[in-house]
Design a binder for this molecule. Sequence first.
Ligand SMILES: Cc1cc2nc3c(=O)[nH]c(=O)nc-3n(C[C@H](O)[C@H](O)[C@H](O)COP(=O)(O)OP(=O)(O)OC[C@H]3O[C@@H](n4cnc5c(N)ncnc54)[C@H](O)[C@@H]3O)c2cc1C
Length: 588
Amino acid sequence: MRERHTPVLIVGGGGSGLAASIFLSDMGIESILVERHFTTSPQPKAHIINGRTMEILARHGLAEEIYRQGSPPEKSSAMVWLTSLGGDAPYDRQVLHRADAYGGGQSAVRYAAACGHRHGNLGQRWLEPLLRAHAEERDPSTVLFGHETIGLVQDDEGVLATVRDRAAGEFHHVRADYLIAADGGKTIGPALGVEMVGTPTLLEWVNLHVHADFSPFMAHDDAIVNRVCSLDEETGRFLHCGVVPMGPKRWGRHSEAWTLMFARPPGSAKGSELDDAAVEHLVRKTLKLPGDHPMRIESISRWPVEGTVADRFSVGRVFLAGDAAHRHPPSGALGLNTGVHDVHNLCWKLAAVLTGTAPAALLNSYAAERRPVARQVVERALYSLFNQIAMTGGTGVVEGAAPAWNRSQYAALFADTADGRTRRAVLREYFDTNRITTEHLGLEMGYDYADAGYVLSDGTERPEADPLGLEYRQCARPGHRMPHTWLSRAGRLTATHELIEPGRFLLITSGRAGEWREAADRHGYEMVVVDVGSEFADPGGAWANLRGHEDGGALLVRPDGFVAGRFDPITDPWSALAQGFRTALAAD
Ligand SMILES: Cc1cc2nc3c(=O)[nH]c(=O)nc-3n(C[C@H](O)[C@H](O)[C@H](O)COP(=O)(O)OP(=O)(O)OC[C@H]3O[C@@H](n4cnc5c(N)ncnc54)[C@H](O)[C@@H]3O)c2cc1C
């Protein structure tokens, strides 16, 4: 059997695998990616690419293209709750609530203070081809679609995978030093005995990709997600459906494509309850779409939603990332984003080990750092999903009450009476206490690796985090994401994260630059050294407020943008850096 060797074999050409291929290439590390399908996924699925992910992708030249292809910001800044699209009951076609979402509207200032990049909004169906094109542009011979990993053995020396070329019907071996399992958990984890721990399938999620003109039914043009919550006349029960604009040319209420999504109890996908005809009927009924309103269904997919985390993130030389390592409901839009953050954490470490900069022990830090983050993400996605259900309590409609009672309650909510105004005020309170369903800045940016053991602790306490996960307090404590702010040089503003180059440490000094630079040079690591004061100006003193050390000190930042060490001015910068590197590279 033909055999190829590669430092890293990536199994899976979804968002996580393709991002890993790009990250490794940009650090000069060869890889082979195998994806069993011939094309990227045709499903729109994930669409919100949060600011942290955009900040990461920007370092690899992808951000502008994503913004260009995706929704303009003013068309993706709110979450809107509607009672229906059509229908003529007194409670139909009403807006229950509108809230700024994902850094839009009034929250834009807070988000912009935290990150140099706003979120992107581009369905996975369009994002994945873009990632694939970038991966192939770097080396087309190493991105193999239509190739499936069907077997795997590993020993102390490496991994040997059997790969089937589906077009040629041939088998070959790939021998790799390391393997990234970005296969959504389909093959590699189960083959290695990895177990997904947590809440098994709790819902059957149904996605429809449709083409329709919904603009006559919508007043808002800025919704990133519309949530329809309509009352079934016969049963008096709520029917829910997410209506998500997907562009791809026009956005907002004038989108040509949409994702419609709803959930059903586990097991309902098995019988005819969720066959294609039933799904279309249910969606039209939920939206109360006029029977003759054109809607072309391109595809229907069913997705079992669970809330689970892999019991191990690595087995020998195999590392699990993305949905292979954690699976949860789409609430919070954290799935694809967390997968990209996983491989961003992993790839610089693989590069450091493969180039001999760090010992293999550094790779133990991947599970130590990422698994706690994944657990937090899964818990939060589950919690915020159930919290959305709680909001319907504010409508006065009671699950299981007589249909006539529920119809009267829903109508009373919109009546132009003192009672109606009271009901709407109460409902607003329900929504206002549920901002965790529309904002997640603290969760997206605020996780840290301080306790995992791979950064140089300076003995300071972790600042208290916002328990709601809304607010993000920037902090330069070792283990936290380097604070974002704007520095200036020759009249041009540069975000602190723009100083990071793939695979290289960053040393930001605040005076005594010569001494730090000389110490850095003596270490001989791939490192970018910049001084705020002589090279870059600090407009308004924002960096001085955030950096958490005295003039003449420095911040050592890992290639993934997390602080490895924070130093006040010291007599021996070389020793300080040596200690920082030893810890960050697990060389102790
Ligand atoms: C309705 C919906 C909405 C969502 N919304 C969001 C959102 O707004 N934001 C967000 O961040 N996330 C969202 N998600 C979640 C997101 O889609 C997933 O988290 C994401 O696709 C995971 O990416 P991945 O690359 O880890 O895995 P996958 O996308 O599952 O990719 C795995 C790939 O591996 C391939 N593969 C499997 N086994 C093999 C093998 N043996 N050999 C070769 N190839 C193999 C598969 O074919 C597949 O292409 C949403 C999901 C759904 C369903």
